[in-house]
Design a protein around this ligand. Structure first.
Ligand code: CP3
Length: 389
């Protein structure tokens, strides 16, 4: 079974790598010399540690700016939609061979410099008994959200290494397939963003219940945040043990907080969490709408901060501090524009990065469902071409 899927993956890689460079010839101006970067990478990188992506996270110089994209596996790909016709989203996450397949497929299709394991930040909430489901068109729903102090105290203990072993299996399968050529990113939700789903029962606009608990029951908030930090720490360490070369902590909705609240209600837990990961793998800490929070977020020991497009990359880097690496920050909507506009905007982000070591190119948030695949491929190729030394 494994041999069979390996064979399929390898054949796919050859075909897709070839297709990628062919389409590149048509989309890029013919005066630009194209290098076959996947082949180059295979020769140059003796191990994942020497890959441009991992070197970049550590602010070491690289031969070109590495790029990967949040939600690089998803509904904008017809191959993904085909798989989703047969299995539900949760089932896909829980079937290691399929989760591995869509992870690898995205890397091959886009020629990005890192994979991200296909899973979801909300999976651990199911193990906490909150009743996770993904309703078509409605996004995630938690049927038993946290409502009372008793609910927080009743949250079960669980061991991510065992109960989320399907994610770890998928990581092992992808790493075997990548065979040291491409780094794989593990990930988890940050305690605040997880707490917001656990309390609101889904996505939210104003975080009324979350903030009310935070303000009125600081002890209960503390218990909840400690619990979520502890689970997240053990989950991420298990992902690193399974083969992930770096981890990203998604604090997607932390921008809903004032700096005053972030400092009191989130930062201490984030410091603890990142501290437990130090020395195990580089940590990327990502949030959106964080302009007012970046200098505080950088007080965690994260190696890299991910920023969205609402701030210029150089201003963001200034706030974060030049000792850290930065990831971002093209508006995902730019991928709906024509190629000239995409090129203009990519050049703008690169100009703000000014060729400093430690810039990982990414979007400021995930790829949206209707994004044209060829524009995503074009973006990756452009970043490589424009930054090649
Ligand atoms: O390629 C990758 O980036 C890896 C896979 C990944 C998914 N979710 C797959 C997914 C990652 C890293 C996530 C993280 C995630 N999940 C976040 C943080 C990033 C962000 O977007 O801010 C959040 C907030 C979630 C929670 C979540 N999961 C939401 C809000 C939704 C519904 C949104 C939507 O687009 O419908 C999901 C579902 C989800 N997670 C999908 C995918 C590919 C779509 C599921 C489908 O219908 O196939």
């Amino acid at each position: 079974m494994l041999r069979q899927s390996r064979l399929v993956f390898s054949t796919q890689r050859v075909i897709l790598a070839w297709r990628g460079s062919m389409s590149g010839r048509t989309v890029l101006a013919s005066s630009r010399r194209l290098t076959n970067l996947p082949e180059l990478r295979a020769v140059v990188s003796t191990s994942v540690k020497d890959s441009p992506f991992i070197r970049c996270l550590k602010k070491e110089p690289t031969d070109y700016t590495p790029v990967w994209l949040m939600r690089q596996a998803g509904r904008y790909q017809s191959e993904y939609r085909e798989i989703r016709k047969k299995v539900g989203f949760l089932e896909l996450c829980k079937t290691p061979s399929l989760a591995a397949e869509v992870t690898v497929m995205a890397v091959n299709q886009l020629n990005v410099d890192a994979g991200i394991i296909f899973a979801d930040i909300l999976l651990p909430l199911e193990n906490l008994g909150l009743g996770l489901r993904f309703a078509e068109g409605d996004g995630p729903v938690l049927d038993n959200p946290i409502k009372t102090v008793a609910d927080v105290n009743a949250l079960p203990d669980f061991e991510p290494r065992e109960e989320l072993s399907y994610v770890l299996e998928a990581i092992k399968t992808v790493c075997a397939e990548f065979d040291g050529r491409t780094p794989l990113i593990g990930f988890a939700g940050a305690p605040f963003t997880l707490a917001s789903y656990a309390i609101e029962g889904g996505g939210s606009k104003n975080y009324v219940h979350t903030k009310t608990l935070m303000y009125k029951e600081p002890q209960v908030w503390d218990t909840l945040m400690r619990k979520l930090s502890d689970i997240t720490s053990r989950y991420l360490l298990a992902q690193v043990d399974a083969g992930a070369s770096a981890v990203q902590i998604f604090d997607s909705w932390v921008g809903a907080l004032s700096p005053f609240d972030y400092e009191r209600f989130v930062l201490p837990y984030m410091k603890d969490l990142v501290g437990t990961l130090k020395g195990h793998a580089p940590v990327i800490y990502f949030g959106t709408m964080t302009n007012g929070l970046l200098s505080l977020m950088s007080q965690t020991d994260a190696d890299v901060l991910g920023v969205d497009w609402r701030i210029n990359l150089d201003s963001g880097w200034e706030l974060i501090g030049k000792d850290k690496a930065i990831q971002g920050n093209l508006d995902p909507l730019v991928l709906f524009a024509d190629k000239d506009e995409i090129e203009r905007q990519v050049k703008e982000v690169l100009a703000k990065a000014a060729g400093r070591p430690g810039h990982v190119f990414n979007l400021g948030h995930g790829i949206l469902p209707k994004t044209p695949v060829e524009n995503v491929q074009y973006l990756v190729e452009l970043v490589h071409e424009l930054t090649k030394k």
